[in-house]
Design a protein around this ligand. Structure first.
Ligand SMILES: [Cu+2]
Length: 326
């Protein structure tokens, strides 16, 4: 259905970017079940993906954040529900670097002895004299990336739009587990900026898929952006979607917005009328209140109108007396 104009590897340099993947389980006995500590070894200049996986079975309420000292990178929060987080970086500094949990948890002491050994690039070729730094792999430089974006060319107003973005590295190699933000340019009160429509994470084929509702007719530019990380450079791609139809989805509201009266009780943009009963959104609740108030007021006015009638009665017997003097 969709023609997918993925970018090919023409803009990227020929370089083998395959990162070394290291998986470390956080168990009740420490990193990879080893209370004595765990050591991973890589070579200087290599791209590294160091993945930490929650594997505790006893202290399932634990929360961890693992920090790799020296490279100053931290995982996202890892717990029973967010079981995996990957540190991505280029091992441009040689030496031994410690990684440890920086959140107080029930096995905290067991998570202080992780080590990453980065073997100097010069040691890779046996017997060679210490190589000048320039001989190492492009240290610290991020690998180039590209994003291809695809969406249906034309949709109707109010319809769901599916956008796909594919993130690739050198040679068109897909890059998984990266966040893609889908945005559209917007202008409001003479200020313009990017409005985030949705975010999605790339899968094993580098593909991120998001859906949003077309709420404005006309031509829409949708961008897919990757912020970049320790291994990969940032990238951005665009596509054009034409939204047809002139049905108005937003109703103009004048006056004071009162949640529950002329506005939905929540400011959630995606609140649909089915969530809130229709009678609640109409003016009937305030109409009922006004009816009660006005009927009380009317009753009070009626009682007040009785006062002159009561006060006038004692004067009535005097009138014949006046007539008597005439
Ligand atoms: Cu901890």
């Amino acid at each position: 259905v969709l023609s997918v104009p993925w970018l090919t590897g023409t803009q990227v340099h020929a370089q083998t970017p395959t990162p070394v993947q290291i998986r470390v389980e956080i168990t009740d006995q420490g990193f990879n079940g080893s209370p004595a500590g765990f050591t991973a070894t890589v070579q200087q200049g290599q791209a590294v993906e160091l993945t930490f996986v929650f594997a505790e079975t006893t202290n399932v309420a634990d929360t961890h954040v693992i920090e790799l000292q020296g490279y100053n990178v931290q995982t996202d929060m890892i717990d029973y529900y967010h079981r995996e987080s990957t540190l991505k970086f280029t091992a441009d500094k040689a030496g031994t670097f410690d990684f440890a949990c920086v959140v107080i948890c029930s096995i905290h002491a067991l998570l202080q002895n992780g080590h990453l050994v980065v073997t100097p690039a010069s040691a890779a070729s046996a017997g060679a004299a210490p190589a000048p730094p320039a001989a190492a792999a492009p240290a610290g430089s991020q690998q180039p990336t590209a994003i291809g974006v695809a969406a249906p060319g034309s949709v109707s107003l109010g319809q769901n739009v599916t956008v796909q973005a594919k993130l690739v590295g050198a040679g068109g190699v897909p890059i998984p587990k990266e966040r893609i933000d889908f945005t559209t340019g917007t202008s409001f009160l003479q200020a313009s900026g990017d409005m985030v429509l949705a975010s999605a994470t790339t899968d094993a084929t580098g593909l991120a898929v998001a859906q949003f509702v077309a709420r404005q007719s006309g031509s829409l530019t949708i961008s897919a952006g990757f912020a970049g990380d320790g291994i990969y450079a940032a990238a951005k791609g665009n596509t054009q979607v034409t939204v047809t139809g002139n049905q108005q989805l937003y109703t103009q509201q004048a006056g004071v917005p009162l949640p529950g009266l002329n506005r939905a009780p929540s400011s959630d943009l995606y609140l649909t009328p089915e969530v809130v009963p229709n009678w609640f959104l109409s003016g009937w609740p305030i109409a009922a209140v006004l009816l009660v108030v006005w009927s009380l007021y009317g009753t009070a006015v009626w009682f007040m109108s009785e006062i002159p009638a009561l006060g006038g009665e004692p004067a009535a017997p005097e009138e014949p007396a006046h007539r008597g003097f005439e």
